[in-house]
Design a protein around this ligand. Structure first.
Ligand SMILES: [Ca+2]
Length: 237
């Protein structure tokens, strides 16, 4: 009997230790999930999952100011703006406090065919939620596939109209997250997400478009990209 009791104690001890280890592992995993990227740069596209994400999901932010702006230009209210000069903002804490992700945004975008291309690499084929963070210095915009085409891997998304509320001016720009789709299909490897302005009458009868802060992709896949430091090149175009 004594031997059995000892064995029982040992068994209990082993089970308790195993349970403790499981709790520990689970706690660690949960911590990684909720803590990834809190404070890690949005800029480099490495995840910034954080509070609010469901387990296994990470929300990645890809800044519009870090896509390839070479060859792009847009009319503005004061002449045309080219390349890296399309980046607005100073990246300061004051800019971030206005709700500008990473302290910069891209705009204006007032040209039929103006296209921002995000090249994102995924480690797996997964579905994802695609969000765009946009603002407007024009009157309120109703973005729709006919005036603002959004493609994932060459497939145009047939999204519901997104209302973008006007801000006073560019220094006072305000942004809001707009969910384009909760079921975008990412391929393993490189994925191309494009935002393209189509001919419209947003700008007093001429073509206009939104200011673009960033896009966000929420997925179980692991995403990376190669950001281009346009803010460092602003004024050089
Ligand atoms: Ca931004």
């Amino acid at each position: 009997m004594k031997k059995q009791a000892t064995f029982g104690k040992k068994l209990f001890g082993i089970l308790a230790a195993a349970a403790g280890l499981l709790v520990c592992l689970f706690g660690f995993a949960a911590c990684i999930d909720s803590g990834i990227g809190d404070g890690t740069g949005n800029g480099d596209g490495t995840g910034n999952g954080g509070g609010g994400d469901t387990p296994g999901m990470t929300t990645y932010t890809f800044e519009a100011e870090y896509v390839d702006l070479d060859g792009l230009y847009s009319p503005s209210y004061s002449g045309s703006v080219y390349g890296a000069d399309l980046v607005y903002g100073g990246g300061t804490q004051a800019d971030k406090d206005k709700g500008w992700s990473n302290g910069y945004y891209v705009g204006p975008t007032y040209l039929d065919g103006f296209c921002l291309r995000f090249a994102v690499n995924s480690d797996a084929a997964k579905s994802a939620t695609l969000i765009i963070r946009v603002g407007s210095e024009l009157p309120d915009l109703a973005l729709a596939p006919s005036n603002f085409e959004i493609k994932v891997n060459a497939a145009a998304l047939s999204y519901s109209s997104l209302s973008v509320t006007t801000a006073v001016d560019m220094p006072g720009m305000t942004f809001a997250d707009k969910t384009v789709s909760t079921n975008v299909q990412l391929a393993q490897g490189e994925n191309e997400i494009t935002l393209t302005v189509k001919a419209n009458t947003f700008k007093g009868g001429d073509t206009g478009g939104p200011m673009v802060d960033c896009i966000k992709i929420k997925t179980e896949a692991s995403l990376t990209w190669t950001p281009i430091d346009n803010p460092a090149n602003a004024g050089m175009a």
